[in-house]
Structures are given as structure tokens and as C-alpha cells.
Design a protein around this ligand. Structure first.
Ligand code: TAP
Length: 519
């Protein structure tokens, strides 16, 4: 262990893959000693048969732009490929929108706003309900499409991404006829046309976070999905058509980052909402400086997941695993820094290693898979670069033995111990299944270390003491603090950051206010 590390020695790995005989002998020995075996290890005893999800994702060979209620070819005539990260095969061709297409989309949105913005809220709500219901009807198809496009496990798209997307449309449909309660005593009016750019980590959900409140409030939108993951946004456009959403209310312009820049800086946009990296967020803010556009920025994070010695450790380990390996760690609010109380550090790391040994990495369409594919070759290379940086800086890397598929962008879940505050893997957002583990001795030290980051999006606290939870929640500079749980979301709960994690909120009444002007 490097000299600068603060963590007490982690117990050496005692377990090696055991045969059934060896394990039975071990248990007999434990029994003879009057003890019961301390851990249940399933890894080498259980084999799962493949359980592939078989619903048809109904993909088209080519997707055009969605402008003014219709699919339309891009002015440039150019298309780019969308790749399935789990097998590196082409899924579809996606239209590459550029300046003239962005202009067309804003013209359509502005025209639509003249009626949509004046429509009674209860009427707008009906469209949002319809979208939510139609999405529920096609939930399996969408889950498979999202998994194929992004690489995340089907269990997540089926149980989280798609239902949460529908939940956001339902929730905001419910608001549409109650807008007088958004700001009691004031009238909340729509802003006009909003420009929105979203990332690839939750393609459908990020879209719902943006579109549902904007539309409920009476705005029209021009939205760009990330170029890695456009397909489900364009499939949702089919649902907008089926729901009879008036043309121009939602326009989806796919294309490269530069197209996103045009959407953000467009003079028609009364408000811009961006979710993505802090780096690009800063570029956008510079490009619109001096304009009177309203803005929401949902940017990166480097959340601390803090485990005290009185925490229920088995539950905490589940929370740590969920916090960093959900969606392969490609989550803005991922608990990518584990701060663990020194007296239980060895125990927690040992339990974590055991848990990681039974995570199933592989085909995202298999219902047994826990960890799917990284979204792209570029993102996999970035994560690998960070693994090298961590090792070179003196931290100790550990990965469970696992067989990765021969094709696709896979990475085993990874732990780093012996990490200090100054390590880049403790400071920078890796956006992958990589956990940096640090230790602390006192509450004050935990708070100081947790807040010692440029980001401030989320944090987790694991302890038995309610008073400590309240103290930590008050002192942690994070938009969301979870207690004895992690990664819990609800459309009614506002989400957003402090510091370089951005500003503005999405979800809840606060999220609606960000799409309104008070008159
Ligand atoms: P980015 O590279 O920032 O891309 C996000 C979106 O911006 C994509 O649609 C991208 O288009 C577009 N874009 C790229 N350059 C642009 C420019 N100059 N002007 C306007 N748009 C531009 O992020 P990412 O790699 O997709 O997503 C990962 C990042 O998003 C992480 O930092 C993560 O923390 C953050 N994130 C934050 C949240 C919240 S709620 N805070 C949620 C999810 C993700 P292309 O795809 O075509 O490049």
C-alpha cells in the first residue's frame, strides 16, 4: 500500500474459487469449530441459463428529423450510424441535422406556440396523459430499443428508464390543469419556445425530464438527443404522432454537438435547458452570455457515498453497488467516491468484493445481466485511461474475475483502494463502473472530504442515527442527499446541482417554475 494511503489494511483475499467438495469440507470444518460459515458465496456454484428479452424493438433502418409533426430528411442529406455497443453492429442510420434544420424546427415551434401556449391546461394535460399511456402500451418494445441503443441492462430499461419516462409524463399531465398552484399568488405563464440538449446515459428519461414540464407549462420545444443514442427519442416522436400532439409542439433535431450549439444559441429560444458535461455546459453558457435566455444546466458529479460504522453494512453494500454500478456508473449522480468509516473499512471492502464477484457482466438483453455495455468505444477508452491514471497515482485496483463478451464495449466493475483526496480518480468524473474508496475517522472529516470537490450533485449517508443524517444533509453541498438508500428518483422530487454540477431543477414544482415566467 502506498505510504500516503489512510485506509487500514484491507484483509487479504481469503477465498479462491472452491469446488463443491472443498466448500462442503469448509462447512464441516466450520461446524466442527462450532461456527457457521460467515458468507454465502454463490459465484461458482450457480449457473444461469441465458434469458434474452425477445420483444421486437421495431427499429427502422433509417431515422429522419422530426419537425413540425413529420419525419423529414435533413437539409444536408447526411446520415450517421447508430451502433449497438453490446455487439458493435449498426442499428440504424440517423439524420445529421444542421443550421437550416434547426431554423425550420424553431419556425415550427414558434408557430405551434401560438395555439399550444393558449390552450387550456386541462387540454394540454390530455395529450401528456395520452403520450404516457401509449408509451406504457409499447413499454417492452421501448425497453429493448433503449437497451440496444445504449448498452444498459434490460432489467434497468424495463424497470426504471421506461416506467420513469411514463411517470414523468403522467406527473406533468397532472400539473397541466393546476398551474395556478405552481406559484401561489402569481400567475405562471409559458416562456415560448425552449431549446433542449440531452446526454446519452438516460436517453428516454432525460428527454422526459425536459419535455414533460416544458409542455405542461405551455411551451414548445426543439430538442437534440445525444448522437450515440437517438433512437428512442425518434420512436417517441411516433408516439407524439399517434397521440395527435399538434405539429411543431415538439421538434427533434438529431446531429453532432455543433447542432446542439445552434439549438442553444438560437435567437428564438426563450429558455435553454442542457444536460451533459460541465465542460460543454461552460461552452454553451459562454455562447449565450449577454442574452436574456433563461437557463437550466444539469452537469456532472462526483458524489460521495458515506458509510458510518453504525450503518447496516449489508444494506449499505447494496446501496454502494447500486450507487456506482447502476447503468455501468454512467450516471451524473453516481456514488463514485465511497467514504467509509475507518473501523469498518476492511469489512465493507471485503463485503463489496464478495458482492462484485456475483455481479453478472455481459449481454444487456439478458434478463440476468447486472452490468451491461459501456455506451461507446470512446467512453470505454476514457474509462480505461482513468484506470491507468489511478494505478499510476498509486491506488490499488481490484476487479472480480469475469469473462467479458468478445465483442462490444465491456468493462468489469472496478474498485480502487488506497485512494487519497488528491488523486484524480477521487476528483474527476470518470462516468464508468469505477469506485474510488477513501476512509475517514470523524463526522467533520467525512463532511470535509465529501465537499472537497468542484461538483455538488448528490450524496449518500449510511448510518443508524437520525440526528447524524440531519446534520450531514444540512452540511453536504449537494442537490440531493439520500439517507440509507441511493439513486432514488421520483417525478415529484426536484433534482439538480450546486457548484459545477449546474443550476436549476428538474422535477416537482421547482422544475415547472424553471419553464415559467411569473406575471
Ligand atoms: P456531453 O458531451 O456534454 O454531451 C451532452 C449533449 O450535448 C449531447 O447531446 C452532445 O451532442 C451535446 N453537445 C456536445 N457539444 C455541444 C456543444 N458545443 N453545444 C451544445 N451541445 C453540445 O455529455 P455526455 O458525454 O453526453 O454525457 C455525460 C455527461 O452528462 C456527464 O458529465 C454527466 O454527469 C452529465 N449528466 C448530467 C446529468 C444531470 S441531471 N446533472 C444527467 C445526465 C448526464 P453529441 O452527443 O452529438 O456530442
Amino acid at each position: 500500500m502506498p505510504a500516503h494511503a489512510t485506509m487500514p489494511p484491507i484483509p487479504p483475499e481469503k477465498r479462491k474459487p472452491a469446488s463443491r467438495n472443498g466448500r462442503a469440507k469448509g462447512r464441516a470444518l466450520e461446524k466442527a469449530r462450532g461456527r457457521t460459515a460467515p458468507e454465502l458465496i454463490f459465484g461458482d456454484l450457480w449457473e444461469f441459463d441465458p434469458a434474452p428479452e425477445s420483444a421486437d424493438p421495431k427499429l427502422k433502418a433509417r431515422y429522419d428529423l422530426f419537425i413540425n409533426g413529420e419525419f423529414t430528411v435533413p437539409k444536408s442529406g447526411k446520415y450517421f450510424e447508430s451502433i449497438n455497443p453490446a455487439n458493435e453492429r449498426k442499428l440504424a442510420e440517423i439524420a445529421s441535422g444542421s443550421g437550416p434544420d434547426v431554423d425550420r424546427a424553431y419556425v415550427a415551434a414558434e408557430r405551434a406556440f401560438a395555439t399550444w401556449g393558449r390552450m387550456p391546461g386541462r387540454e394540454r394535460g390530455k395529450y401528456l396523459y395520452r403520450v404516457a399511456r401509449l408509451l406504457q402500451d409499447r413499454a417492452r418494445e421501448f425497453a429493448v430499443a433503449e437497451t440496444m441503443d445504449n448498452g444498459k441492462p434490460i432489467r434497468e430499461t424495463r424497470d426504471f428508464d421506461v416506467p420513469m419516462c411514463a411517470a414523468h409524463f403522467f406527473y406533468h399531465a397532472g400539473w397541466a390543469d393546476k398551474l395556478e398552484y405552481v406559484a401561489p399568488g402569481r400567475r405562471a405563464a409559458p416562456l415560448g419556445v425552449v431549446g433542449q440538449v440531452i446526454p446519452w446515459n438516460f436517453p428516454l428519461l432525460m428527454l422526459a425530464w425536459k419535455l414533460a414540464p416544458a409542455l405542461a407549462m405551455g411551451n414548445c420545444a426543439v430538442l437534440k438527443p445525444a448522437s450515440n443514442t437517438c433512437i428512442t427519442a425518434l420512436k417517441l416522436a411516433e408516439i407524439f404522432q399517434d397521440a395527435g400532439l399538434p405539429p411543431g409542439v415538439v421538434n427533434i433535431v438529431t446531429g453532432p454537438g455543433s447542432t446542439g450549439g445552434l439549438i442553444m444559441a438560437h435567437p428564438t429560444a426563450a429558455k435553454i435547458a442542457f444536460t451533459g458535461s460541465t465542460e460543454v455546459g461552460k461552452v454553451i453558457m459562454r455562447s449565450v452570455a449577454g442574452s436574456d435566455k433563461k437557463m437550466t444546466m444539469e452537469l456532472g458529479g462526483k458524489a460521495a457515498n458515506i458509510v458510518f460504522d453504525d450503518a447496516p453494512l449489508d444494506q449499505a453494500v447494496e446501496g454502494i453497488v447500486n450507487g456506482i454500478f447502476f447503468n455501468q456508473g454512467q450516471v451524473c449522480c453516481a456514488g463514485s467516491r465511497l467514504l467509509v468509516h475507518e473501523p469498518v473499512a476492511g469489512q465493507v471492502v471485503s463485503k463489496l468484493r464478495n458482492r462484485l464477484r456475483v455481479l453478472r457482466v455481459g449481454d444487456p438483453l439478458d434478463k440476468n445481466t447486472d452490468v451491461g455495455a459501456i455506451v461507446s468505444r470512446a467512453q470505454l477508452d476514457t474509462i480505461r485511461e482513468y484506470l491507468g491514471i489511478g494505478v499510476r497515482e498509486g491506488a490499488e485496483m481490484w476487479q472480480p474475475p469475469c469473462r467479458l463478451p468478445s465483442k462490444g464495449y465491456f468493462l468489469p466493475p472496478t474498485l480502487f483502494t488506497g485512494v487519497t483526496q488528491s488523486h484524480r480518480i477521487a476528483q474527476e468524473e470518470i462516468f464508468g463502473p469505477v469506485l474510488s474508496i477513501l476512509t475517514f475517522r470523524t463526522v467533520e472529516e467525512a463532511i470535509e472530504k465529501a465537499n472537497n470537490t468542484a461538483y455538488g450533485l448528490s450524496a449518500g449517508v449510511w448510518t443508524d442515527k437520525g440526528s447524524r443524517i440531519l446534520k450531514m444533509a444540512a452540511e453536504l453541498k449537494a442537490g440531493v442527499v439520500w439517507a440509507n438508500t441511493f439513486n432514488k428518483f421520483d417525478p415529484a422530487s426536484p433534482f439538480g446541482g450546486y457548484k459545477e454540477s449546474g443550476f436549476g431543477r428538474e422535477g416537482g414544482r421547482q422544475g415547472l417554475l424553471d419553464y415559467a415566467k411569473l406575471v
